[in-house]
Structure formats: structure tokens, C-alpha cells
Design a protein around this ligand. Structure first.
Ligand code: HEM
Length: 151
């Protein structure tokens, strides 16, 4: 039981690190002028972001049900719900950048001289930065919920 809890904890952390790394990479790459090559790189990073998001959620849900404390512990923790709400918000915000990256790659495939208008890239960077700042709150909420603070 303790080993299982530790294994799920490891997976949860590992995916969360990849997620944060991918999001930070997007923020930096979006500072470049975006042509087809950069657009494809952004989409590739976004794929890592998406896969790690699924990983962190699956590991998190597994910890919820098969972790040491049991699901009923978390259901009564306000910071668990704050964490879920923040994650939902991040997920919603991330739809626009993902759609933009897909569109950019598609257009670059049709036009070799394709370049993203700077204002569009800046708008996506802003969204990614908002996601990153919200993501910084998630470990705080996790640490509080894990210790039953506020519950
Ligand atoms: C980006 C997403 C997430 C991040 C960055 C994250 C981060 C963390 C961190 C840092 C901890 C360790 C807290 C501590 O021991 O002090 C933790 C624990 C945990 N997380 Fe997440 N989490 C995420 C998503 C989720 C999701 C989606 C769920 C479930 C639906 C979840 C459920 C849990 C559970 C059950 C624990 C165990 C807390 C305990 O030890 O009692 N997490 N998370």
C-alpha cells in the first residue's frame, strides 16, 4: 500500500514536471517569429503538454482512489476543489493555443513563406503565461490539501 502510494506519487510528480517544462518551453519559443518550422516545434511541445496533462490527471485520480488516504478525505478538502478548479481553468485556456498551433502548421503546409502575425503569437504567449501563473498555484493548493489545511 505504501509502495503503491509512493509509485503513484512519483508518477504524479514526474508528469507534473514535464507539463510545467512543456508550458515554459512554449512561452519561450513564442518569443521567436513563428514560421512553419517554429509552428511545428510549438505543436510538438504542445503534444508533450497534452500527454503529460493526461498523465498527471490519471496519476492524480489514481492517488485519489488508491492512495493512502482514500477519496473521501479529499472530497472534504477545500484546497482539493481549488486545485481542480484551477486545473479546469488552465485546461480551458489551453484550448486556444492548441488550436492556433494546429492552424499555423496547417497553413505553413500550404504556404512555404507562411509567417504568423506578431500580434497573434503575442496573444498566444499571453495565454500560455496566464496558464503558467495559474499552474504555480496548483502545488500550493496540493500541499495545503495534503495536510488537511482549511478542511
Ligand atoms: C497539473 C496538475 C497537477 C499538479 C501540478 C499536481 C501537483 C501535486 C503535488 C505537488 C502534490 C503533492 C502534495 C504534497 O504532498 O505536499 C500532489 C498530490 C496529490 N494530487 Fe495532484 N497535481 C495535479 C493534478 C491532480 C489531479 C487532476 C488530481 C486528481 C483528480 C490530483 C490528485 C492528487 C492527490 C490525491 C494527491 C495526494 C495528496 C496527499 O498526499 O494526500 N492531482 N499533486
Amino acid at each position: 500500500m505504501l509502495f503503491q502510494d509512493a509509485a503513484l506519487s512519483y508518477l504524479h510528480f514526474a508528469f507534473a514536471f514535464i507539463l510545467a517544462g512543456a508550458l515554459a518551453a512554449e512561452a519561450f519559443v513564442l518569443r521567436l517569429s513563428v514560421d512553419g518550422r517554429v509552428a511545428r516545434l510549438l505543436l510538438r511541445i504542445d503534444l508533450f503538454y497534452g500527454i503529460s496533462a493526461v498523465g498527471v490527471i490519471v496519476a492524480g485520480v489514481a492517488r485519489l482512489f488508491w492512495g493512502a488516504k482514500g477519496a473521501s478525505y479529499y472530497a472534504s478538502q477545500p484546497f482539493f476543489w481549488a486545485k481542480m478548479a484551477t486545473l479546469a481553468l488552465i485546461g480551458l485556456i489551453s484550448i486556444a493555443p492548441t488550436r492556433a498551433f494546429i492552424g499555423w502548421v496547417r497553413r505553413a503546409g500550404q504556404d512555404a513563406a507562411f509567417a504568423v502575425v506578431e500580434a497573434d503569437a503575442r496573444r498566444m504567449r499571453r495565454l500560455v503565461m496566464i496558464e503558467l501563473h495559474l499552474l504555480a498555484l496548483v502545488p500550493l493548493f496540493a500541499a495545503l490539501m495534503a495536510r488537511g489545511i482549511g478542511g
